[in-house]
Design a protein around this ligand. Structure first.
Ligand code: CA
Length: 528
């Protein structure tokens, strides 16, 4: 990447030496007639984040960004022109046949990165070995029907019980829209059910499982949390206790307050155990980080995502677990991913998850191009290929050592592809189920996204966004485009911020304002 210096002079960013377009970095864009240093004079006004042709292109010629064709010129394009989406024909999705695979004699998986030792944070060690970054009581629900009652009870727990348990950070109700009115025996119903189960077991909940059930719902408590799936306490593993359930339709409830009082009464032993926990020093390898982007613009793939990618490498070197996700945003980079797979099995699983999603989209008569939003395009991202190339860099350069199906729980360290939709709230929900204890989220257009269960560090791609949303954005990667920071320095800054946030010494802005989005389950199965 090269950025020409100076705050008022034309600033363009070219990602790869073979690229025939660059993006305009100046706030407000650049007017027609601007002479680019060492490049053409602009024929059109080019908005910030949008592409300018660096050379003449014939109709049909590949338009190269990140060194790959993000499309083909729909007509001849003169040097200095604004290359907007209407001038680009999107290439077809890469076939899932004939991909580079480890062991094919040509492909060499990345060599192991040098270990990074000596970094630690203060976390809550759980009986199953996992580590929490927060100490939260979660109340699981089998069905949406109980959400109102549970929320009422949670408000009372916060007001009446929580002040007596100062070591407990919060009480959250795991509200969702599933549990009844669904084809619960459909093969794909396994996805929302295991997602809910695994969220209840997130490391930030300390192994305390408490369920509120209605009684008549399809998703019965024993189906959600089968015996053996939830006992996380050492003392319980020898002789598992019965699942702690409050059933609203139980005969002994007379009146609403009886239900609420039951929830408060049954919450108290969980609060006592959580309150007795203390933070202890644990190695950085105990971080389980989910990386995601949302509200992306052309700077996402230039500033914030490459900085996250550098930090991903640091985390992998430190022995931590990192998940990247968002299937429609990596589909166009599948050849890069299989080439980075540590084993043939990992490559095969990557292809399997892509094929599953291709088929899922096809059932709805769309393809991956349904991903891009009006805001993405206004921000300079012409199509999903360009967006994917900027999204995938969050995964850094390490070998991919694991692939996780939607809703499954992570059991391996290193870099994992956790297959999820790109939808911010669904991806975050699935990464929570995978066991994420820290979330990193980059945004260019801006989103106030947050989660109740896990701290979300938000990284702005542009200084202008970081300035206007100064009390929502935790880090400004726009400094890279401004020439005030490098991808490496920003990656290290993020790494250190992560350790501070994980330790509870620093709160994210979303935590400060208590902003959080709903859990949104991925349910590929029919509703009834
Ligand atoms: Ca997303």
């Amino acid at each position: 990447m090269s950025a020409s210096p100076g705050p008022v002079s034309p600033l363009t960013i070219r990602m790869h030496t073979s690229d025939n377009v660059a993006i305009v970095a100046n706030t407000g864009g650049l007017p027609a007639g601007t002479a680019l240093p060492g490049g053409p004079t602009l024929r059109d006004r080019v908005p910030q984040g949008h592409k300018v042709a660096l050379q003449d292109m014939a109709a049909g010629a590949p338009v190269l960004r990140y060194g790959i064709p993000i499309g083909h010129a729909a007509q001849a394009i003169a040097a200095g022109s604004w290359v907007h989406e209407r001038l680009l024909r999107m290439p077809a999705a890469r076939s899932l046949q004939g991909l580079p695979m480890p062991g094919d004699g040509i492909t060499t998986p990345p060599t192991a990165l040098p270990p990074l030792l000596g970094h630690s944070f203060q976390g809550y060690r759980n009986a199953d070995g996992s580590v929490g970054t927060r100490n939260i009581l979660a109340i699981t629900q089998t069905v949406q029907c109980v959400a109102g009652v549970t929320d009422f009870a949670v408000q009372r727990i916060k007001a009446e019980l929580l002040p007596r348990y100062p070591n407990v950070d919060d009480v959250v109700s795991l509200e969702h829209s599933y549990g009844c009115g669904v084809a619960i025996d459909a093969p794909d119903a396994v996805v929302p059910i295991r997602t809910l189960r695994n969220i209840s077991l997130n490391p930030n909940f300390g192994g305390e499982v408490m369920v509120v059930s209605l009684g008549c719902e399809k998703l019965q408590p024993e189906r959600l949390m089968p015996p053996g799936s939830w006992a996380l306490h050492d003392e319980r593993q020898a002789q598992p206790e019965a699942l702690d359930v409050v059933c609203l339709q139980a005969d002994d409830h007379v009146g609403f307050m009886s239900m609420v009082d039951s929830i408060l009464r049954q919450a108290e032993p969980h609060l006592q155990r959580l309150n007795a926990r203390q933070r202890e020093t644990v190695p950085a390898s105990e971080l389980v980080v989910g990386v995601q982007c949302g509200g992306s613009d052309a700077f996402s793939g230039v500033t914030a995502n490459p900085a996250v990618g550098f930090c991903t490498d640091l985390l992998v070197r430190a022995g931590a677990s990192v998940m990247f996700s968002e299937t429609t945003e990596v589909r166009d980079g599948i050849a890069q991913l299989t080439a980075r797979a540590a084993t043939t099995e990992v490559a095969r699983r990557l292809v399997e998850e892509m094929a599953w999603y291709d088929n899922y989209l096809q059932r709805g008569s769309v393809d991956r191009s349904a991903n891009t939003t009006p805001g993405n395009k206004a921000g300079g991202l012409s199509n999903i290929v360009e967006k994917a190339m900027g999204s995938i860099v969050k995964s850094g350069t390490a070998a991919i050592t694991g692939v996780l199906a939607p809703g499954d729980k992570l059991t391996t360290r290193g870099l994992t592809y956790a297959a999820t939709p790109a939808s911010d709230f669904i991806c975050g929900t699935l990464q929570l189920a995978a066991g994420m204890n820290l979330h990193v989220f980059t945004t260019g257009r801006g989103t106030p996204y947050g989660l109740a269960a896990v701290p979300v560090i938000k990284v702005a791609t542009r200084t202008d966004l970081a300035r206007r949303w100064h009390d929502l954005m935790d880090l400004n990667a726009g400094r890279i485009a401004d020439g005030d920071a490098t991808i490496e320095s920003m990656g290290w800054e993020l790494f250190h911020l992560m350790l501070e946030v994980a330790s509870g010494r620093q709160k994210t802005w979303a935590e400060h304002w208590k902003l959080h989005n709903a859990l949104v389950l991925f349910n590929p199965a029919p509703v009834t």
